[in-house]
Design a protein around this ligand. Sequence first.
Ligand SMILES: Nc1ncnc2c1ncn2[C@@H]1O[C@H](COP(=O)(O)OP(=O)(O)OP(=O)(O)O)[C@@H](O)[C@H]1O
Length: 245
Amino acid sequence: MLLEISDLEVEVEGKKILKGVNLNIDEGETHVLLGPNGAGKSTLFMTILGFPKYKVTNGKIIYKGQDITDLETPERIKLGLGVTFQNPPSIRGVKLKDLIKLVDKKNEYKEDEKLTEDVINLGKRLKLNENFLERDVNLGFSGGKVKRSELLQLLAQQPDLIMFDEPDSGVDIENVELISKEIINLLDQENENSQKGGLLITHLGYILRFVNATHAHVLIDGKIARTGEPEEIIEKIRESGFGDV
Ligand SMILES: Nc1ncnc2c1ncn2[C@@H]1O[C@H](COP(=O)(O)OP(=O)(O)OP(=O)(O)O)[C@@H](O)[C@H]1O
């Protein structure tokens, strides 16, 4: 099992947000997390990544058999967790290429060393050319470019468990297809023995026309209210909202 979350309760600034979440993700699975605004979806991601603001008051997070509940975020990233944020921050003074050098799993870079051809080609695949990689991270990027540059970092990082927080929000249709293709690549979905696992937050479920999801969960008020087959659950939400879930 890649990820095992049991009885997870989390507080943010003294307010209880997650109220007993149970979730297991195995290799080769992609899970979708649905739910109304404020239900705690992003909080679950931040907690899995271990940001200090998100205080675990009960329960455990086990990753590849290891209890990571109390590990610091960089340790978790080293173990193979990856994420794309809904609204990642801009980092003035840090060039995208330098961030990529830091996370690149395959290559160790010396100072001022150029990115490898492989990474540059990954950028091209995402319509991010070499000049673009010289820009400060996310500073003045369009919505679509923010998402694509996050995917480029993940492609260099090659994590095993990848969380995507609304990867399709604010992205036009042509780019949703491009992004989906790279998500499929990252999760190695075309390989039936994929060792990767995914957890994806989406509101409209549009991206699921392209990216294959194996399980869906509906998070309501800090608890998983329902788990099932993605198409069936999304159809139900489209028909009658979250009330009947
Ligand atoms: N960093 C934070 N500081 C303060 N409150 C927070 C923080 N993160 C989350 N919360 C609160 O936790 C609750 C859950 O928010 P969260 O963003 O996890 O929900 P969500 O399901 O991802 O919602 P959305 O669909 O709107 O993105 C909200 O009441 C929010 O105000």
